[in-house]
Design a binder for this molecule. Structure first.
Ligand code: ATP
Ligand code: MG
Length: 402
């Protein structure tokens, strides 16, 4: 395997956001450093000429590249060879090695030489021919195509040496996590909410998970599943908090005092109230859910309205207009699908009424809730939250945040 010295990082979308560019860049650099420093202590992140360069200092390119693919804000990146000697032959050899390492093997290419170092004796056009000719002689199946090549072999001759690259790997895109505030993600064990969390993070928003757990109606395994899902999500942010809310008492009270067809609606209203309180406590300005329109009885427009009615905090629904197939495709891509489909019960599936109301009304829900001591139930749940810090690699440790 070839040893690369650098990785060039591009962050296309940031360039568009002129006003905030510096801030985004700083956040991106911070996120990259944080993600890599534990496992690859020698890697250095540098900002030069409006670009980001990682200097690998002997760390393995492939492993570092795997990490970069999860970091939001990176549009694409390229492994780069660096040679210090300003000798044509050395540059030609390195260029050939870079071409031979390209995967899949290109059929056509073109050389693009940039020469900010005007001391270098060969002009750009000349270098294109020297390097191109050498590569062609050594890779007989390859052809030149100046209009639509499979790869562009970029040779950049700077004052400190020459940078050579030909591969561009697509990054996760979006905006750097942490550049867009914080939201509480309502995280069930299902397919949708982890995807909603990923999409929210991809817009630069930091998330903390909130999970409602009804032990012993739901098992420890069901809770572990949510911890596992959080750990997968945490790979994209370098770690995240998960708040586990005891929900047994509230569900029991609802079942005891409220009409069966409204139990789901009322349960969800409690979830919102609690999520809002946790948002306030943790400095989040929004709540994110995996709801999409029309999937199930609890996700009609009327239902969203009635559920949303109990809080003032904005609710973000990144999946609201997506098809299930699209959502599943993303779940596969981000690595949550296999865990999401494990068959552990959720607090919402334990108490499914025979015929839940599909068009719940605010005034009816309010009347159904009259027998409940809403404030106390919410307060008790919030006071007994178990908060975990989930690290992408390590087992969770318990924290006392409040
Ligand atoms: P998911 O696949 O995310 O479970 P779903 O299609 O099963 O979603 P619902 O059961 O109606 O839909 O849940 C809608 C949303 O409510 C979820 O996406 C999630 O954000 C939130 N939610 C549901 N159950 C819980 C729970 N036990 N803890 C936290 N949030 C929950
Ligand atoms: Mg669900």
């Amino acid at each position: 395997m070839m040893q690369y010295e650098h990785i060039l990082i591009r962050y296309g979308e940031l360039a568009l956001k002129k006003r905030n560019r510096g801030e985004f860049e700083t956040q991106l650099v911070r996120n990259i450093r944080k993600n890599l420093k534990g496992s690859f202590p020698n890697v250095q992140v540098e900002r030069t000429f409006g670009r980001l360069y990682l200097s690998l200092h002997g760390e393995p390119y492939e492993k570092v590249a795997e990490r970069l693919q999860n970091i939001f804000g990176i549009h694409s990146f390229s492994p780069v060879r660096f040679v210090e000697e300003f000798e044509l032959e050395v540059i030609q050899k390195a260029a050939l090695e870079v071409m031979l390492d390209a995967n899949p093997a290109p059929r056509t290419f073109k050389v693009i030489t940039k020469r900010p170092n005007k001391q270098f004796p060969h002009r750009s056009q000349e270098m294109n021919r020297h390097v191109g000719g050498y590569v062609l002689r050594n890779m007989p199946d390859l052809k030149v195509d100046v209009h639509n090549p499979d790869v562009e072999l970029i040779v950049e001759i700077r004052t400190n040496g020459t940078f050579i690259s030909c591969r561009t790997i697509k990054g996760a895109g979006g905006l750097p996590t942490g550049s867009g505030g914080k939201a509480m993600l309502m995280l069930s064990g299902g397919i949708d909410s982890p995807v909603a969390g990923w999409k929210t993070m991809r817009r630069g928003v930091r998330i903390e998970g909130v999970h409602f757990h009804s032990y012993p109606f739901t098992s420890e395994r069901a809770k572990q599943k949510v911890v596992d899902l959080t750990r997968i999500l945490s790979k994209y942010s370098g770690g995240m908090k998960l708040h586990i809310v005891p929900f047994t008492e509230i569900q029991t009270e609802i079942r005891k005092h409220c009409p069966e067809h409204y139990t789901i609606t009322i349960m969800r209203r409690f979830m919102m109230r609690i999520a809002e309180k946790l948002a306030e406590k943790n400095g989040a300005l929004a709540i994110a859910t995996g709801e999409s329109l029309g999937q199930v009885a609890s996700q009609t427009m009327e239902s969203m309205y009635t559920i949303n009615h109990v809080i003032d905090t904005p609710v973000i629904r990144p999946l609201v207009a997506m098809d299930k197939e699209e959502i599943i495709e993303i779940a596969h891509k981000i690595g949550t699908y296999e865990t999401s489909i494990l068959p552990f019960e959720d607090c919402c599936t334990v108490f499914v009424p025979k015929s839940p109301v599909t068009k719940p009304k605010v005034d009816v829900a309010e009347r159904c809730e009259v027998p409940l001591d809403i404030e106390k139930l919410v307060e008790d749940a919030v006071n007994n939250v178990e908060s975990l810090w989930i690290d992408p690699a390590e087992p969770e440790v318990e924290h006392d945040f409040f």
